[in-house]
Design a protein. Sequence first.
Length: 351
Amino acid sequence: MGKLLALALAGIVAALVGERLVAFRNRMCASRELKPKRLPNCHLIKGIEVGSEDIDILPNGLAFISSGLKYPGMQSFAPDKRGEILLMDLKEENPRPVELRISRGFELASFNPHGISLYVGEDDAVYLFVVNHPQYKSTVELFKFVEDDNSLVHLKTIKHELLPSVNDIVAVGPDSFFATNDHYFTETFLLYLEMFLGLTWTNVVYYSPKEVKEVATGFYFANGINMSPDGRYVYVADLLGQKIHVFEKHANFTLTPLKELQLDTLPDNLSVDPYTGDIWAGCHPNGMKLLLYDPGNLPGSEGVTSSLETTLCRNGAASPLNTDVNASPFPEGKTDTSKQAVILMKFKDNC
Ligand SMILES: *[C@@H]1O[C@H](CO)[C@@H](O)[C@H](O)[C@H]1NC(C)=O
Ligand SMILES: *[C@@H]1O[C@H](CO)[C@@H](O)[C@H](O)[C@H]1NC(C)=O
Ligand SMILES: [Ca+2]
Ligand SMILES: [Ca+2]
């Protein structure tokens, strides 16, 4: 009898693990294959070989790039090199990235920048918010950009118990922002277990010096976050949920869910076109390949875009259109970081 019971229990555990494994592989798009394609207007920018995690661009064409992220479980192209913020003037014919100098007093050796966000203050002062992971912890660094000498003046380091595992931020004031936490747990074993079991415990937090609060939760892996140009809507990419969530933002900085855009790929960072309001997402076509990084079988990248109309229409379900035709992972070459999205996947507009 004892043996039978043990056998039955073992069977149940195996079935549960098997079921979780299948669900996990689905969330990771583990069997998805894309044929590499070359994009004629896409070329490598020299000087960012160690990867560019995030980009934010000022209206005058100055692009800020965070580079050199080291993230547990992910391939790093230069594990011993500290991270940096690069500046590139997109108005130039052949723009080249230059490293921004950071004011003294900031601990540069452990700089590990992740998501970034720009905020232009009333006096036209430019603030740069940078998610940082010194010793794999999470902080948000606030800098002021000094254009005259290509430098960043460090203003403060923000740490908070509600910000344990920050991925990306979107600034809403000179010292306030929304941030995504991409894990609930911070301990390595537990955070892998969390992903494997498919817990939806990651969240979005609003931070200001006066108030810090959770404003949305229920994501498998909250990743990129951004805002509509008029500031009325907030967009959150759920990497393993394969969705972009659309929220309405209120004057008291709470969010109410409005809509979800279902994708067939793993969305990472989100950019918003300041003129049209279109969302552009850099995505990972196959999360398993990203995790198991094999230089002989690169994970690739793809982009997804959603027009403002599609994003906001209440009853229209956005669906990716003809992925195969428009898809093209990063061209062959040594710097595939799956961080350089190169394709465009149009949404069918059902509005
Ligand atoms: C915030 O504002 C929204 C919309 O005006 C309202 O429904 C909500 O109750 C407010 N929440 C808090 C906590 O004040
Ligand atoms: C986001 O990441 C994609 C690829 O993952 C990259 O191509 C894109 O430049 C980044 N976009 C911005 C503006 O953050
Ligand atoms: Ca960002
Ligand atoms: Ca990200």
